[in-house]
Design a protein around this ligand. Structure first.
Ligand code: MN
Length: 202
């Protein structure tokens, strides 16, 4: 199999009470594994099975037409969830220091202002998708949202923080209250990962 679903970098219950254990089990073992399985089914036996997932998603338009949709959807799902697990951690959250903290405050006018803008982006995504903090040019930060399993790298942007706003990501605990899920997400943001991705991107 060309692609593998990475294990969670912590236990299934590590993000509770903000993200419950059953959600994490279903989300990782069923949803994420499902995306990876379908991505493999699409590319296995083709020349694209040896490509990195980043290059597949960056080069979506250059893929054969019959591969574009499965790679966009299942490849995007495979990649997005791998990023997402690493962007969270137990006993995390708080306000970031260092270069990314400075850039956030400069771009959004303060950390609270950043959180408010991120929440607006995440709650404003109609239907299923993601909200992202991306690097757009040297050190430049921007908020975007993507539908379905699209990833910003397809548009030439580098994601450094993302939140899954598909209902499967929050419905067991939060029901229809997406805004409350976004508020609590900030208790588990792994700013070390965000800083690492930011340094690599700029
Ligand atoms: Mn998901």
């Amino acid at each position: 199999m060309p692609f593998h679903t990475p294990d969670l970098p912590y236990s299934y219950d590590a993000l509770a009470p903000y993200i419950d254990e059953e959600t994490m089990r279903l989300h990782h073992d069923k949803h994420h594994v499902g995306y990876t399985t379908k991505l493999n089914a699409a590319v296995e036996g083709t020349e694209y099975e040896s490509w990195s997932i980043e290059n597949l998603l960056k080069g979506l338009e250059s893929l054969p037409e019959d591969l574009r949709t499965p790679v966009r959807n299942h490849g995007g799902g495979h990649y997005n969830h791998g990023l997402f697990w690493g962007m969270m951690a137990p006993e995390a959250g708080g306000e970031p220091s260092g270069a990314v903290g400075t850039a956030l405050r400069e771009t959004f006018g303060g950390f609270e202002e950043f959180k408010a803008a991120f929440k607006t982006t995440a709650t404003g995504r109609f239907g299923s998708g993601w909200a992202w903090l991306v690097v757009n040019g040297p050190g430049r930060l921007q908020l975007v949202s993507t539908p379905n399993q699209d990833n910003p790298i397809t548009e030439g942007l580098t994601p450094v923080l993302g939140i899954d706003v598909w209902e499967h990501a929050y419905y067991l605990t939060y029901r229809n209250r997406r805004a409350e899920y976004v508020d609590n997400f900030f208790n588990v943001v792994n700013w070390d990962t965000v800083a690492h991705l930011y340094e690599r991107a700029r």
